[in-house]
Design a protein around this ligand. Structure first.
Ligand code: RB5
Length: 154
């Protein structure tokens, strides 16, 4: 299951990606927004990132105007590795090297075909593990320490 979320700036790309997922028979849950009215991206980023952080869904895809706001929000959550990508190479690396569990796309940066290509590339890619797993383990340790004790000043 993939959770989707956008603000008004990402709504059109979200709709395009929903079509792609439907064509591929991939189940998804649309967490909004569902119309073009101006909304606040943290409200929708939070919905999706909470589901991924809790293990309620395996993956998420977030959309806002640039993708920047959504990636900032999503990466506040434990166990979330959200990757803002702008081309297919980055989308592939986001999975192969970073095992990103949330993909973030900018509705004012990408057209629908580009977004579909990036989502398909990310979904089809495989995490390489090995040295990359070691790096993700280091990120997880940092995350655990910060949640336990708060950020250090050094
Ligand atoms: C909304 O105007 C815009 O700021 C938002 O979609 C996003 O680009 C934020 O990072």
């Amino acid at each position: 299951m993939i959770a989707l979320g956008s603000d008004h700036g990402g709504l059109q790309l979200k709709d395009a990606v929903k079509k792609l997922l439907a064509e591929r028979g991939i189940p998804f849950e649309d967490c909004g927004t569902d119309n073009g009215n101006s909304v606040d991206y943290p409200d929708f980023g939070e919905k999706v990132a909470r589901k991924v952080a809790a293990g309620a869904v395996e993956k998420g895809i977030l959309f806002c105007g640039t993708g920047i706001g959504m990636s900032i929000v999503a990466n506040k959550f434990p166990h979330v590795r959200a990757a803002l990508v702008t081309d297919a190479f980055m989308a592939r690396m986001a999975k192969e090297h970073n095992n990103a569990n949330i993909l973030v796309l900018g509705g004012r940066v990408l057209n629908e075909d580009e977004a579909r290509e990036m989502v398909a590339t990310w979904l089809d890619a495989t995490f390489e593990g090995g040295r990359h797993q070691g790096r993700l383990d280091k990120i997880a340790l940092i995350e655990q320490e910060i949640y336990r004790t708060g950020p250090r000043k050094d």
